[in-house]
Design a protein around this ligand. Structure first.
Ligand code: SIN
Length: 290
């Protein structure tokens, strides 16, 4: 009997517009195809999966991540080199500084609502985050369904954004730090980054999602800057509503997997004197966003 035959995945939807807890799996073992299919179906339906009590080494995190598709290496970080040179496909999210050097990204401050790497043509479709060290309080992460946010837009706003394209800023990360090799944006019409429609249609289901990426330095092509700012402000105020969101309070051993093309996430700040360490992978998107 393969050792993975002991997995009995159970999908427990969270009491929120998105999210499901998966019980009965050990991600450190090779999973059966049927288990992988159950996880992927739950991810397609619920957009965020929460799997508790896992202990994944970096190679095991990479093996599990590959069951979701081709790995997509992290974007450039503010320090210009991978945090784990032996595993450059893994990003480290941490406030810890060792020997005067941050061991990871994002520090201890708030990470504002965003989706990951939408400033490239084919943004990652999924992100996987494994909690290794967690502070006693703070640092919760929130996920909002952009399908639900689109559905709840007024008919007028839906009409206003139909066919519109926005620039997604590549210069700063979600903690506001300038990435290596980028300059400050003085005029949002000159923002460097991919251009994507404000509304993305899911290839599998035909469902529409708001596709916003990140607010800072965004610009809607062809509009006056002031009109673009006003429309983006209205969309972001709507999209970040907790009506469309779930909250995740982390425990050591958690693995979260989210649909990066249909979900925004943000993180609360936490005490910089405490330690928070997470290892993260992401999976290449199959599509240019059209
Ligand atoms: C992220 O924005 O990918 C990090 C989320 C977190 O630190 O919880």
């Amino acid at each position: 009997m393969p050792d993975d035959a002991r997995d009995h995945p159970e999908v427990v939807p969270l009491a929120a517009p998105l999210g499901a807890e998966i019980r009965g799996v050990n991600l450190a073992r090779r999973l059966l195809p049927a288990t992988i299919e159950t996880l992927q179906r739950a991810w397609r339906d619920r957009l965020v999966l929460v799997i508790r009590d896992q202990r994944l080494s970096d190679p095991a995190l990479l093996d599990f991540s590959r069951t979701w598709g081709e790995l997509d290496p992290p974007g450039p970080n503010p320090y210009g080199q991978p945090f784990l040179p032996e595993h450059p496909e893994i990003n480290v999210i941490s406030n810890v500084v060792e020997g005067g050097r941050p061991i990871g990204n994002l520090g201890a401050g708030e990470a504002v609502w965003h989706a990951d790497m939408t400033y490239v043509e084919r943004p990652p479709k999924a992100a996987i985050l494994h909690a290794l060290e967690i502070p006693p309080e703070g640092g919760n992460t929130y996920f909002a369904s952009m399908f639900a946010a689109y559905d709840a837009l007024s008919a007028e706003l839906k009409q206003q954004i139909a066919g519109k394209i926005a620039i997604h800023d590549a210069s700063r990360n979600s903690a506001g730090l300038l990435r290596k090799g980028y300059a400050d944006v003085a005029d949002v019409r000159e923002t460097k980054g991919a251009r994507h429609p404000l509304v993305r249609t899911d290839a599998a289901t035909g469902r529409k999602a708001l596709f916003l990426g990140r607010r800072r330095n965004a610009y809607i092509l062809g509009m006056d800057v002031a009109d673009s700012e006003a429309l983006l402000d209205a969309l972001w105020a709507h999209a970040g509503s907790m009506r469309f969101a779930m909250t995740h309070a982390w425990r050591v051993g958690d693995v979260l997997i989210w649909n990066n093309l249909a979900v925004l996430h943000r993180r609360d700040p936490f005490d910089p004197a405490s330690r928070r360490v997470m290892h993260r992978t992401q999976i290449k998107g199959e599509e240019a966003i059209e």
